[in-house]
Write a protein that binds this ligand. Structure first.
Ligand code: PMP
Length: 321
């Protein structure tokens, strides 16, 4: 079947169609690659029943998975924080991801790797689930609209607070996403793309799927991990790149007033990379040189990384050519 005839369904997001799936994709489910229409997990899976599990989102550029090791290390850290033992090691997971990409003939893709507690009787005890469920799917990467990068996007500060870090730590990249979903729903109601949550102390944390940054008095500011955020892989790279370029970085505790009075605001994640913000609530910002510069050097870093991965060969993506 040619790609053009694949019916894309479930595209309800007016901003972006990243999440579209189709029945003709191949999905990795517990060691096997099957058609999406045959890719099932049990209704007794504790990931489905209780949100008991973890995941990673990865981006593939020209056949090479960006920062694969970093994402898998974070996956294993999330697993360890919920006492989940993943039955595959890092190398096996790398192979499973590349096999999924090859099966779908994808070179520029979005990959979602999910590990749930697995199938078990009703009850919260993880010991009810003898075997975790592992699912990997990959879809062609759909670029965000160019206007988002040119003109910036609209954020709100949500009334929904970020999970208290001593309750469900935001460092666990968990399937239990209701906190973020509630914030995102608030954003959608106000025609904003992303919602920034405060923590229980009223300090800025992060977006529903992104980390936040702002420039103030020539310093790049971002909430510290202590505020209760996911340590985004893109965030880490942006901090390192900024420091390398001699930009002062302040990882701290900030209020929404600090962000309102900033000169520039942007958000980061694996799929958006660096996305400028033109509005937070009623406060407007220019899409300035600070965010543009960091986006450019981030993209240069991506290119260099991909070239380095490919130069290492022998390559799995070669089978895809
Ligand atoms: N915070 C949250 C809550 C997220 O879901 C994400 C997306 N994974 C991020 C931050 C950004 O993380 P990364 O840069 O690793 O994609």
């Amino acid at each position: 079947m040619s790609k053009n005839t694949i019916p894309f369904i479930n595209c309800t997001d007016p901003y972006h169609t990243l999440q579209c799936y189709n029945d003709f994709m191949y999905v990795y489910v517990n060691g096997k690659i099957v058609h999406a229409r045959e890719a099932f997990i049990s209704v007794f899976d504790h990931g489905f029943l209780y949100g008991d599990g973890i995941y990673e989102t990865l981006r593939v550029y020209d056949g090479a998975v960006f920062k694969l090791a970093e994402h898998l290390i974070r996956l294993f850290r999330s697993a360890s924080l919920i006492g989940l033992s993943i039955p595959l090691n890092i190398d096996h997971l790398k192979i499973a991801i590349y096999e999924t990409l090859i099966a779908n003939a994808l070179r520029n893709a979005y990959v979602r790797l999910t590990v749930s507690r697995g199938k078990g009787s009703i009850g919260l005890d993880p010991d009810l689930c003898p075997e975790p469920t592992i699912v990997i799917f990959a879809q062609e990467f759909k670029e965000y609209p160019k206007e988002f990068y040119k003109n910036g996007i609209h954020l709100i500060i949500s009334a929904t607070r970020r999970n208290y870090k001593k309750a469900v730590s935001p460092q666990i990249k968990s399937l239990n996403f209701l906190n973020n979903i509630l914030a995102k729903m608030e954003a959608k109601k106000k025609n904003a793309l992303e919602a920034v949550m405060l923590n229980v102390h009223g300090k800025l944390t992060e977006g529903s799927v992104s980390n936040i940054f702002f420039y103030k008095e020539r310093t790049l500011c971002t909430p510290s991990l202590e505020c209760g955020i996911l340590d985004g892989i893109t965030r880490g790279m942006i901090i390192d790149l900024a420091l390398r370029e001699g930009i002062q970085v302040n990882k701290g505790q900030f209020t929404k007033k600090d962000m309102y009075s900033a000169e520039e605001v942007f958000i980061t994640n694996t799929t958006m990379e660096v996305m400028p913000v033109s509005q937070v609530d009623d406060q407007r910002y220019i899409v300035g040189n600070g965010a543009k510069f960091l986006r450019t050097i981030y993209q240069q870093e991506v290119k260099a990384y991909i070239a380095e991965v490919k130069a290492k060969g022998p390559s799995l993506w070669a089978e895809n050519e």
